[in-house]
Design a protein around this ligand. Structure first.
Ligand SMILES: C[S@@+](CC[C@H](N)C(=O)[O-])C[C@H]1O[C@@H](n2cnc3c(N)ncnc32)[C@H](O)[C@@H]1O
Length: 290
């Protein structure tokens, strides 16, 4: 079946798509779409703002005026922009040009000077030991080789500096999306995000590196007007789910997957006078570079 720009193809044999073809990493084998183009599907900048307090709080907790701060996989830039607002010398790095454009516009509108680098986070064009704070909010968890990603984070962090990483807990509403859709796509597949989201696993991820790790569980309250708005935004704006929806819609399985998504959100959230509130837990890891 022919596919349009930004669409996941149905498998040539008409079989089930797998998560490795159409996953949460943008690594889509057998597709001519580049990983960075994948992240331009939907509208991550808008929906990601719903949980951007998590990234901003990481910056508030770790950044002091004058720090050299690198926001890895910065997306629309919440951590980098918050760091600049705190008086840091901030840089945001991402491979998605459209998201960097949004980030740049937002920083400019606030009169904040932030340097933006378009690059793959797994091989960053920055010198060794060049940042006091290396932050990644729901970003480096998409690396296909977590240990290599951890080495890269440590490489660019100055001795005495801090690496701060956020990743959704596997059993949180967002962490549960991978197995939920994996059921329809023939297996969970995708990048090993758990390597950043489970305390025992993140110790393996950083094993052998000169860091002292602390981990804790935090929660961000994601608020929409109602659950329908939540489902609509997640299915039309989150890049991986936009791609998955197209595949499942083509084979008539989207309505059941959407019903599962509604059940997941309604069981985890509550309608309040302020809107539909979905608390989402994530692991915060601080790695102090010796
Ligand atoms: C879930 S978004 C997180 C964005 C932002 N940090 C936040 O807190 O919302 C993941 C980001 O990782 C970026 N990303 C994924 N893989 C990447 C890679 N290999 N190199 C650079 N950026 C990558 C995507 O472009 C996207 O902006």
């Amino acid at each position: 079946m022919a596919k349009g720009k930004g669409e996941c193809a149905e498998s040539p044999a008409g079989g089930r798509e797998t998560m490795s073809n159409c996953d949460f990493s943008g690594t889509r084998q057998g597709s001519d779409m580049q990983p960075e183009q994948f992240w331009e599907l939907g509208d991550y900048a808008t929906v990601g703002d719903r949980w951007a307090d998590a990234a901003r709080n990481l910056a508030k907790e770790t950044v002091l005026p004058g720090h050299r701060v690198l926001d890895v996989a910065c997306g629309q830039g919440p951590a980098a922009i918050a760091a600049a607002g705190l008086g840091a010398n901030a840089t945001g790095l991402d491979f998605a040009a459209g998201l960097l454009t949004v980030a740049r516009r937002r920083a400019d509108a606030l009169g904040l000077g932030v340097q933006w680098i378009q690059s793959d986070m797994t091989a960053m064009p920055v010198p060794d030991e060049s940042y006091d704070r290396v932050l990644s909010a729901f970003g480096c968890m998409f690396a296909s080789d977590p240990a290599a990603m951890a080495r890269e984070l440590v490489r660019v962090c100055a001795p005495g500096g801090v690496i701060g990483v956020l990743a959704w807990l596997p059993d949180s509403p967002f962490g549960s999306l991978k197995p939920l859709f994996g059921k329809y796509l023939g297996g969970p597949g995708g990048p090993p995000v758990e390597a950043w989201a489970v305390p025992e696993l993140i110790r393996s991820t950083f094993a052998g590196l000169p860091v002292e790790l602390t981990t804790r569980v935090d929660t961000v309250d994601v608020v929409w007007d109602d659950v329908d708005q939540a489902l609509d935004e997640v299915s039309t704006m989150v890049p991986a789910i936009v791609a998955i929806r197209r595949v499942l819609a083509a084979s008539g399985r989207w309505p059941q997957a959407q019903a599962d998504l509604r059940a997941l959100f309604t069981s985890g959230g509550e309608q309040t006078s302020a809107g539909f509130r979905l608390p989402v837990e994530y692991l915060t890891t601080l790695a102090h570079h010796r």
